[in-house]
Ligand binder design. Structure first.
Ligand SMILES: Nc1ncnc2c1ncn2[C@@H]1O[C@H](COP(=O)(O)OP(=O)(O)O)[C@@H](O)[C@H]1O
Ligand SMILES: [Mg+2]
Length: 224
């Protein structure tokens, strides 16, 4: 599903954010990407959603070499990927419902066509009653649940979460992990960059450890 072959990524000449990364992630796998700040976790995830291109090597997602994507194709490519960030990246002065509706605009669907699906997902994560609130009035945990629904609305094959619980207290983080774990059980491929040892112990899975842009270990229970 995701294949890295000899991947280097450098933002500034002579400094590699990623250095010789080789990895395969299968469909349905649940994977943690771990390592210290600056190790390359976000860079690794950004390559998967074609936010940056490798300086050297090959990144394939669902058989597609990301370098073959033209600028106009990237939004279409990203439909198969749901992305969740530590800082949510929601539109703060827009309602919960409209934040999610915006993510469906690539399909030019009418509000009435997506309303039921959005409502269903909002119910699933327990924030349906907040659908008409502005995002700026929500707690961190509520915002992250909105971000999860936004990531899910186009039925992605892959979920990428970059420190999704980084801004949340322990109990709220657990709640977010329960939601991600349900998706795992449903067969979605999930990659989570995290600093949180506690969630890794609670929900054990494959762990890819990066250090200075290199994979220094790749172990742990598989998603089976
Ligand atoms: N946009 C950028 N421009 C320049 N250097 C960057 C950029 N993004 C990341 N880096 C550098 O790449 C390395 C890996 O960063 P990053 O992938 O963000 O690590 P992590 O997510 O593990 O904290 C760091 O040395 C960081 O300073
Ligand atoms: Mg990061």
């Amino acid at each position: 599903m995701i294949n890295f072959t000899d991947v280097n990524l450098s933002f500034t000449a002579g400094m590699n954010a990623l250095n010789g990364v080789n990895l395969d992630i299968s469909r349905g796998e649940f994977v943690y990407v771990i390592g210290k700040s600056g190790a390359g976790k976000s860079s690794f995830l950004r390559l998967i959603y074609a936010d940056v291109m490798p300086t050297r090597g090959l990144v394939k997602v669902d058989g597609c070499d990301i370098r073959s994507l033209g600028r106009l194709q990237i939004p279409y490519f990203r439909r198969k990927i749901g992305i969740i960030f530590q800082d949510y990246k929601l539109m703060e002065n827009v309602t919960v419902f409209d934040n999610i509706k915006l993510a469906t605009d690539i399909y030019y669907k009418l509000r009435s066509e997506v309303k039921d699906e959005i409502s269903l997902l909002l119910r699933d994560v327990g924030i349906f009653e907040k659908r008409d609130e502005l995002v700026c009035n929500l707690s961190g945990g509520e915002k992250q649940r909105v971000a999860i629904v936004r990531a899910l609305i186009n039925n992605p094959q892959v979920i990428i979460a970059d420190e999704p619980t980084g801004n949340l207290d322990h109990e709220t983080a657990e709640n977010i992990m329960q939601i991600l774990n349900k998706l795992r059980l449903a067969g979605t491929t999930i990659l989570i960059a995290t600093h949180d040892d506690n969630i890794r112990q609670r929900y054990p899975a494959r762990e890819i450890r990066l250090e200075k842009g290199k994979v220094i270990s790749d172990a742990g229970v598989d998603s089976e």
